[in-house]
Design a protein around this ligand. Structure first.
Ligand code: SF4
Ligand code: SF4
Ligand code: SF4
Length: 312
């Protein structure tokens, strides 16, 4: 019994620290991916490994090993890709973090919203058709890695070069496109967190198909949850419904914010979905919930009526 408590305590401790580990990892990987884009033609060719692990470029270049690796990871635990190696995901998190600071929100002010399945899977279908047909314009302007690479090439690199006294002149169309995309993604992140990830991003949509069936999933334990709602407010993917005790795992980007804010340790990874152990009341769609008590020869209301009539 004591061993069980020790293991349980260790799991909770790890859950609490997983978010910090995840944030550090994503920042380090974003720096390395950015450095890889900068040093494309230099000696540091080993940095190119971080580009090779990006999903869409791997798919386009038929790097089946990389695709199989991310498929296996997503089937095991969900969208780890979105919380670690995707530089656009980290950029959105950074922007959302500073947006939260500006709004002086302590936990976050996100709310559960319904999934935009029609939009995200239509976009994914169109991108697949484009790739098969060899038309790369749409995949290039929607793929998160390519968007990030173009930010660096069209906006960041010329600015850094100008500070160093050199002039790099990118195409005006490329600059305008990168600027418009950057403004759109930054605005969405400040307002709603990971909206881009759960609507337009084809990589996120493809991963969502797999991650909804992943072996390990985050779950709210309804027996422990005190309905404080903090996890829902902290979820930048808007996929936690605290009232219903559900997490839409197809949209969860595994940021682990929910576990970090839950003081009751009601959120954890599990392989088995749990239900309320004692369902006291259940709301049937369109009906007002009513308390019913089995009474001999009739229901509770008629029993009360009978007693009142007897008194008379
Ligand atoms: S959904 Fe797309 S943009 Fe968002 S983190 Fe995942 S891969 Fe990156
Ligand atoms: S933060 Fe924890 S206790 Fe609060 S609603 Fe979420 S799961 Fe329940
Ligand atoms: S449910 Fe939301 S807050 Fe929790 S890990 Fe997933 S995306 Fe992050």
């Amino acid at each position: 019994m004591r061993l069980c408590h020790l293991i349980f305590g260790a799991v909770i401790l790890i859950m609490k620290h997983l978010k910090i580990i995840r944030v550090i990892l994503s920042v380090v990987l974003a720096i390395l991916v950015t450095a890889a884009i900068f040093c494309r033609e230099s000696e540091c060719s080993w940095l190119g490994w971080f580009q090779k692990f990006q999903l869409m470029p791997a798919l386009i270049s038929f790097s089946m090993g990389v695709c199989a690796f991310w498929l296996a990871v997503s089937l095991l635990v969900g969208r780890v890709y979105c919380s670690t190696i995707c530089p656009l995901g980290t950029l959105q998190d950074a922007v959302a973090y500073f947006g939260k600071k500006l709004r002086r929100s302590k936990i976050g002010d996100y709310w559960y919203s319904r999934p935009e399945n029609r939009l995200r899977y239509v976009v994914l279908g169109v991108i697949i058709v484009c790739i098969v047909a060899g038309q790369m314009f749409l995949p290039e302007i929607t793929d998160p890695y390519m968007i990030y690479e173009k930010f660096i090439d069209n906006l960041f690199s010329p600015a850094v070069a100008a500070i160093a006294g050199e002039w790099i002149v990118p195409s005006l169309f490329g600059m305008a496109l990168s600027l418009v995309t950057l403004v759109a993604i930054v605005t969405l992140s400040i307002k709603n967190g990971r909206t881009f990830c759960n609507t337009i991003c084809p990589v996120g949509s493809a991963l969502s198909v797999v991650s909804r069936y992943s072996l390990l999933q985050l779950e709210i334990d309804p027996d422990i949850c005190t309905n404080c709602g903090k996890c829902e407010m902290a979820c930048k993917a808007s996929c936690v419904n605290a009232k219903a005790h559900t997490i839409d795992y197809s949209r969860c980007v595994l940021c682990l914010n929910c576990g970090a804010v839950c003081d009751d340790n009601a959120i954890r990874f599990t392989t088995v979905r749990k239900r309320l152990s004692t369902p006291l009341m259940q709301q049937v769609k369109g009906k007002v919930p009513q308390m019913t008590i089995d009474a001999p020869g009739g229901d509770f209301n008629s029993m009360i009526k009978m007693k009142t009539d007897n008194k008379k």
